[in-house]
Write a protein that binds this ligand. Structure first.
Ligand SMILES: [Zn+2]
Length: 166
């Protein structure tokens, strides 16, 4: 396994709409393993392929502190978003050091393929639902900073640039 380079805010690949993932196989298995290692190393709970420079519809998630529940989803689509919303602080491995409260639906239903190419349907709520929405946003070139108010975004970006300048 290898740790991959994480693309940072400003990188073009983060703003592209990603392509469907080609068929599962050893190459994809390796990529999933590398993405998980990269995510664990950066102490994240989710990572999307564009964040490692690949414009493909692939995400990995593991919400467990002990890294015991890795999940890889290919070509995920959101079928349904719940009506209730909540506001929770989010960060992103591509915009390190800053965080903001983001409003999102509390529940969602996602269809995808697992790493072996088998169809899966996930009915998620709470942190998993939020994480799925954040990561699937990445596949469409959307970042969490796009989902906060312009004034908050301006403040967050100013703080981020200050941190990056150091
Ligand atoms: Zn992110």
């Amino acid at each position: 396994m290898a740790r991959l380079n994480i693309e940072m805010l400003g990188s073009e690949v983060l703003r592209k709409k990603a392509e469907d993932v080609p068929a599962p196989g050893p190459e994809l298995d390796r990529l999933v393993a590398d993405m998980l290692e990269t995510m664990y190393d950066a102490r994240g709970i989710g990572l999307a392929a564009p964040q490692v420079g690949l414009s493909q519809r692939l995400i990995v998630i593991d919400l467990k502190e002990d890294n015991s529940e890795p999940m890889a989803l290919l070509n995920p689509t959101i079928l349904e978003l719940g009506g209730d919303k909540d506001r929770v602080e989010e960060g992103c491995l591509s915009i390190p050091g800053v965080a903001a409260t983001v409003e999102r639906p509390v529940t969602c239903v996602v269809d995808a393929l697992d790493a072996k190419g088998q169809p899966v349907r996930i009915e998620a709520e709470g942190l998993l639902a939020r994480c799925l929405q954040h990561e699937i946003d990445h596949l469409d070139g959307v970042l969490f900073i796009d989902r906060i108010s312009p004034i908050k975004r301006k403040m967050l970006l100013a703080k981020y640039r200050k941190l990056a300048d150091k």
